[in-house]
Design a protein around this ligand. Structure first.
Ligand SMILES: Cc1cc2nc3c(=O)[nH]c(=O)nc-3n(C[C@H](O)[C@H](O)[C@H](O)COP(=O)(O)OP(=O)(O)OC[C@H]3O[C@@H](n4cnc5c(N)ncnc54)[C@H](O)[C@@H]3O)c2cc1C
Length: 385
């Protein structure tokens, strides 16, 4: 392409066809067929690169991509096994290949949604009533609104931690079941130099398990160390004869995201603050945002940014401050939460949808004297954001 090529015109340009970009595009392809949407995505092909888990507190568009759901879950902390559950809110697992296939099919069926693959978005320039996006192939695209979900390199503001993880999807010989049939969300291991280390074990099918070693840490990710820890744990706990079907890994920032900018370029997904700082969960918050953003586009023609709760961000700042300064171990914090807080209140809180009446049980479950001690540093850091 050269600079003579006319700009591509659209009503909305979505930068990034990942979880947030495709969730919104799918909604619009189905619900707003008159809106011209352009999605810009560098990937040429999509693979099963991750699974998204979390509590389904509200229904969403990708429920048919769930490959497992569990009414109960366990946390193993300080040699105690805490098993909890909810009849109302299952913990579910969405497979990314099914998600991508559903989204791409909806976009392909639409006559007004189109996708530019193999192309990156470079810069956004605000013109009077439009935004011009410069693309890596030399072309440009213009629309009144842009949704930006591109990964962002940002300096994390204190308190912060990394959540590094490596997971193996394993298939076992058809003998007895290798692990417990109830998912283990956190099985705390000796911390070492990290703030916390734990195993996450999900029984997907009778002989199939996702086993993940996770670290909360201030250090950079050391992939070889993660793999050695995971293999060591598997050697100690798993039946022999497992087959590795797939690996997944990531490093998620556990820090409250900076305030999003408003205007004609709206930040969404992880970039827009949809990832919960204290847990790294983002999928279900992204679904809620895509539903409300699509509704707003349909009715007013204007997209909306992800909703952010100042109260939850303050609570997460305090929680991360306690973890970062290690005034209380992560095992005892999460153990106390899962042990003492009624499940439905805790799930709504963790999912980012607490009712007012859920907050006190959450606060009461925690060792609040440790939180009082971390309060001044958390307040100082909150003020510096
Ligand atoms: C391995 C893994 C497992 C996870 N598991 C869970 C989980 O179980 N539950 C949960 O709630 N969350 C989970 N998360 C966190 C979060 O839900 C995901 O990271 C989610 O994909 C975030 O969505 P997003 O749209 O913000 O980013 P992404 O899905 O990463 O999408 C960003 C898109 O932008 C594209 N892009 C990059 N550069 C450009 C550019 N210059 N121009 C245009 N596009 C660009 C990328 O190719 C990508 O498609 C996980 C994350 C990872 C990495």
């Amino acid at each position: 392409m050269n600079s003579q090529t006319p700009a591509i015109q659209a009503d909305l340009i979505i930068l990034g066809g990942g979880c947030a970009g495709l969730s919104l595009a799918t909604r619009l392809a189905i619900e707003a067929p008159s809106l011209h949407v352009l999605i810009v995505e560098p990937r040429l092909t999509y693979e099963e690169d991750r699974t998204w888990c979390g509590w389904r507190v509200q229904s969403h568009l990708f429920e048919d991509c769930a490959v497992a759901e569990w009414p109960q879950w366990r946390v193993v902390a300080s040699s105690r096994t805490i098993q909890r559950g909810s009849d109302a809110y299952p913990y579910e697992m969405i497979r990314s290949d099914l998600f991508y296939a559903k989204a791409l099919a909806a976009i392909a069926r639409s006559s007004t949604c189109s996708m530019l693959q193999g192309v990156s978005a470079e810069t956004c320039t605000i013109l009077e009533a439009n935004v011009e996006v410069a693309l890596s192939d030399g072309s440009t695209a213009v629309a009144p609104w842009v949704i930006d979900t591109r990964p962002q390199h940002r300096t994390l503001r204190s308190p912060w931690l990394w959540q590094h993880f490596l997971g193996f999807l394993l298939e076992f010989e058809p003998t007895e079941s290798a692990f417990h049939h109830v998912p283990t969300l956190m099985d705390f291991q000796p911390e070492g130099a990290c703030v916390a280390q734990f195993m996450y074990v999900l029984p997907i099918r009778e002989r199939e398990f996702l086993c993940e070693w996770t670290q909360f840490s201030r250090m950079e990710c050391m992939p070889l160390e993660l793999e050695a820890n995971l293999l060591n744990w598997l050697n100690r706990h798993a039946l022999p004869g497992w087959k590795l079907k797939r690996k997944e890994s990531g490093s998620l920032p556990m820090a409250v995201a900076p305030a999003s900018t408003q205007g004609r370029v709206i930040q969404a997904g992880t970039r827009g603050g949809s990832m919960r700082a204290s847990s790294g969960y983002a999928f279900h918050a992204i679904q809620r945002w895509s539903e409300s953003c699509a509704a707003s586009l349909r009715t007013t023609g204007v997209p909306t940014a992800p909703e952010r709760s100042r109260l939850l961000e303050v609570m997460d700042t305090l929680f991360l401050q306690v973890l970062q300064q290690r005034s209380c171990s992560a095992a005892s914090l999460f153990g106390a939460l899962f042990q003492n807080c009624p499940s439905d209140s805790l799930v709504r809180f963790l999912a980012g949808l607490p009712r007012t009446a859920d907050l006190w049980p959450v606060v009461r479950s925690l060792p609040w004297t440790r939180f009082l001690r971390a309060g001044p540093a958390a307040a100082y850091n909150w003020g510096r954001r």
